[in-house]
Design a protein around this ligand. Structure first.
Ligand SMILES: Nc1ncnc2c1ncn2[C@@H]1O[C@H](COP(=O)(O)OP(=O)(O)OP(=O)(O)O)[C@@H](O)[C@H]1O
Length: 588
């Protein structure tokens, strides 16, 4: 779904959105029911106060009955204690339910986001996703913890207070209740304007976070190219847009509060004017007038709160639209209901059958590519930049699916195999070894239950063991943010150990030794020979001198497979490979 689609206020009907959160709310139903059960006693405890005051003024206070006055004062205090106690308990339960729901939604989002396809990530800035996972979920949490039940609680209070007022004096009650109609109209108007403004706030916040994230990750480039000033200007511009949109919501929010306050004062003035006249005519007692003024306040308190709550509910709905936008994003690459198993004694044969692929509709980057790599063969993919080498690898790992054609491993279409099994069969070593926070052990195991002995054995087989032991805490050394405390070569060596411990049948090396120095590369090349033995291997290398000895070289040009053969065979063909090779030889 596009960004523009997220920002359309109210485009999805609210109830449709609420339906999406229902499964999360259902898990907290016990807490919500408990909070709801408290509503009637809470509202009653709040509504009883003015009646007690009226009784005190018109009864014991006039007649001088001290005992009666004490008794009423005691009841009043009891009502206050019950009200505050229930309010605190209810608030706690609701916060708890809200926090749990928020946590569930955050986990569901995280789970969904990590399953989305590479194409989704290539069109969505990470900063925007982070905003959705953090502040959007947080805004939604506010709704659960205060908004939803709060509105119900306010509504119950309004009904109970109104009922008390009507039983006391219907004509005075009418003066106050009539004002509820313009209030409703005003709230509805503000609701729509606020929602639109809030949608702009969330959108600009996403942009702000996207810029922030990009600048922090690319801080080295920012500093090396002295872009600090220019990037700060760009950030400042979006920051101002953000503040401007926030200002707008604050304006609506304050205007709504002010209008509510004003109407409640008008209501009290109305009661004073009409009720005062009634007192002078002895139609009602002084106590009743005091009780009414109190009721008018108590009626408008929840109404005012309703205005505040709707603000939070509106931002909740905006966030919910954005969150469901992600949850509705289809998981493009899914396993079959009953995935096929690859043969246990699978040899690692890889076949591309008439594969066509386009990242964008009709812009084919692979055109009718067909080849079979025999088990145990080492094949290099060669071709000018942008010719489609990495795309072949992404398709084989099923990060994308071919637009047409099939990819087979040991004769089975990879679409029919569970992704987990596919990834177990294929080991990938990329140019940039990505490290997670944790120690060296966990970065090699990546969550799989390998023993320390297995990990060390794999590291030894790749000659990485010595370098790891030289680290301050050996295998237990903590890796800082994305491996900042390791050089790119060291990170790459860990990636080799990662692949070795998994013992995959098919190994993919995408410019895997490019970041190593010549000495380390020479050592690794020897170990690589051992790692490759008995496995099918596909490698991409720009330095053609490093692939001279591979079994077979596939040459790509603009997405087409144009040459196929050994180094010698291809040189003899005097084609693209030969010219690339000669160019490189000349340069070196
Ligand atoms: N995520 C993407 N979205 C759209 N187009 C893409 C994407 N990734 C790659 N391309 C395009 O697909 C074509 C093939 O890219 P690919 O990365 O496979 O080339 P390559 O041969 O591996 O290049 P290099 O040697 O520079 O790594 C290029 O024209 C590239 O612009």
């Amino acid at each position: 779904m596009s960004e523009a689609a997220y920002s359309q206020p109210g485009e999805r009907r609210n109830w449709e959105l609420l339906k999406r959160v229902w499964p999360f709310a259902r898990r907290q139903v016990r807490l919500f029911v408990l909070a709801l059960v408290m509503l009637p006693p809470l509202a009653a405890a709040s509504a009883i106060g003015p009646i007690l005051i009226q009784r005190a003024i018109d009864g014991p206070a006039r007649t001088g009955d001290i005992a009666g006055l004490h008794w009423l004062a005691f009841l009043f205090a009891l009502a206050v204690v019950v009200r505050l106690g229930l309010q605190a308990w209810q608030g706690y339960l609701l916060q708890q339910a809200g926090q749990r729901m928020t946590a569930d939604i955050r986990s569901a989002l995280f789970d969904h986001v990590t399953r989305l396809s590479s194409s989704y990530f290539s069109r969505t800035p990470v900063g925007k996703l982070i905003t959705r996972l953090t502040s959007d979920v947080e805004a939604l949490g506010e709704v659960f913890s205060t908004g939803g039940v709060g509105i119900l609680s306010d509504a119950v209070s309004i009904v109970i207070v109104a009922a008390f007022m009507f039983t006391l004096r219907w004509d005075l009650a009418l003066v106050v209740v009539v004002l509820l109609f313009p209030i409703t109209a005003i709230v509805i108007w503000f609701q729509n304007t606020y929602r639109a403004a809030n949608s702009r706030v969330r959108e600009t916040l996403s942009n702000l976070n996207a810029i922030l994230q990009e600048n922090l990750i690319g801080v080295n480039v920012v500093q090396m190219f002295r872009r600090e000033g220019r990037n700060a200007e760009q950030f400042d511009r979006v920051n101002r847009e953000y503040i401007k949109s926030v200002d707008e919501t604050i304006l609506y929010d304050s205007a709504l509060s002010a209008v509510m306050e004003w109407i409640s004062l008008v209501a009290i003035a109305g009661v004073l004017w009409y009720g005062g006249g009634q007192v002078l005519q002895n139609a009602i007692t002084f106590g009743t007038l005091v009780a009414f003024i109190q009721y008018a306040q108590r009626l408008f308190d929840p109404i005012r709160q309703l205005g505040e709550r709707f603000t939070s509910i509106q931002s909740g709905f905006t966030s919910l639209e954005r969150i469901t936008g992600i949850l509705d994003e289809p998981i493009e690459i899914k396993d079959q209901e009953q995935p096929l198993q690859l043969p246990a004694d699978g040899t690692g044969e890889v076949t591309f059958q008439n594969v066509w692929f386009a990242y964008k509709a009709d812009e084919y980057v692979l055109k009718n590519v067909s080849f079979t790599i025999k088990p145990g063969q080492t094949v290099a993919l060669v071709g000018p930049t942008g010719s489609g080498k990495s795309t072949i690898i992404r398709l084989l790992c099923r990060l994308y699916e071919p637009t047409q054609g099939r990819i087979l491993i040991d004769g089975v279409d990879i679409r029919l195999i569970a992704q987990e099994e596919l990834r177990r069969r294929i080991g990938v070593i990329l140019q940039e070894g990505f490290l997670f926070s944790g120690d060296i052990n966990s970065n090699i195991a990546l969550g799989e239950p390998f023993s320390e002995a297995e990990i060390q054995q794999a590291a030894r087989s790749m000659n990485v063991d010595r370098f790891i032991r030289d680290l301050p805490n050996g295998y237990k050394t903590q890796v800082r943010e994305r491996g900042n405390n390791l050089s790119s070569g060291q990170k790459q060596l860990l990636a080799f150990a990662r692949a070795a411990v998994r013992n995959p049948r098919i190994l993919i090396l995408d410019e895997a030794t490019a970041s190593l120095d010549v000495g380390t590369e020479a050592i690794i090349q020897q170990d690589l020979g051992r790692l490759l033995a008995g496995r099918t291997c596909i490698m991409i290398a720009h330095r053609l001198s490093t692939i001279r000895d591979v079994d077979r070289i596939l040459v790509l040009r603009k997405g087409e497979l144009v040459e196929d053969g050994s180094h010698e065979q291809l040189l003899a063909q005097h084609g693209l490979y030969e010219s690339l090779y000669k160019l490189q030889a000349l340069a070196s």
